[in-house]
Design a binder for this molecule. Sequence first.
Ligand SMILES: Cc1ncc(COP(=O)(O)O)c(C=O)c1O
Length: 360
Amino acid sequence: MHNPADPELTPARAPFGELFTPHMVTARWQQGEDWSRPHLAPFADLPMSPAMVGLHYGQVVFEGLKGYRRPGGGVDLFRPLDHAARLRRSAERLAMPVLPDTLFQDAVELLVSADQASLPQAPGLSLYLRPLLFADEANLALRPARSYTFLLIAFVTGGFFSDRPDPVTVFVSRDYTRAAPGGTGGVKFAGNYAPAYLAQEQAVSAGCHQVVWLDPVERRWVEELGGMNLFFVRGHGADAELVTPPAVGTLLPGITRDSLMTLAGRQGIAVREEPIAVDQWRQESLDGTLTETFAAGTAAVVTPVGTVRDGDQEWRIGDGTAGPVTLALRDALVDVHTGRAAAPAGWLHRVAPALAPVTA
Ligand SMILES: Cc1ncc(COP(=O)(O)O)c(C=O)c1O
């Protein structure tokens, strides 16, 4: 494990998911009992039965949220209760016990107050929290488990590296789909992610950065980009409007997506949730109606899309660089994260540092 308190740590040297902080929090649930209190302990391997349900049948859901260091001390968590609510919906879909919001909040407070010294002041660094809920019963019957562990770990990461983010080239997956109607695409189920690796490998082999997922039925409607939601801009300047596919069923309703829709509204940009077909994306990019495309999610915040590849067709969005609406919305969101702009009510939750050194 690296030392996340390394003073040399910069966003470019903080890869996603490696620089774990020194502690973790756990809580347990067993049928017939209530949730245990969250418990802070050193980051360490977990005891696990070889017959653990989560390992065999994948009854596992998770979340991902970020905290940002405040100059005067403390860490502001971005929309933690919305992440708690999504974890509840994910748990319900997987027939798992629901984690009470108060337990989620207590766990987050415990870990962030203990480990916030691990987050350097350097701008662009953030604390990424990974709540995970998994079935830990040792039993291979095909039914929901009767005991579960809630686990919370954290790592230091970058996420936005420069004032002008590099645009990505994206690859429309025609061989694979991410989610099916009636399936689990609308929740943060662990099993949604590994099946995407093969498509991602294809994208990289084709010289692209990320996979565009189409709807699984007609293979026509644009849904998401890797683990991010997609936005499209039509028009320019005061006439610009923002369009994003409706988050129904097979799309994950992103908290960044929701935040950007709110911030766009505040900037007077019209926002519409409307399906967009891949042919329409191409045609409107070529005729100049569609001027920008970007992806949004907690990890990378806002990522401009410069070029799209779909089989032997390739098209550029605008002039292939990050457009003005993309940059304005990204700045607006980063300003809220970093405290430079006032956050809408309820978006930030301050966690103070632990008063005494943590010995757990
Ligand atoms: C499939 C998928 N889509 C979209 C998102 C973006 O969601 P959020 O903005 O809440 O991070 C994520 C990340 O959680 C994701 O995994």
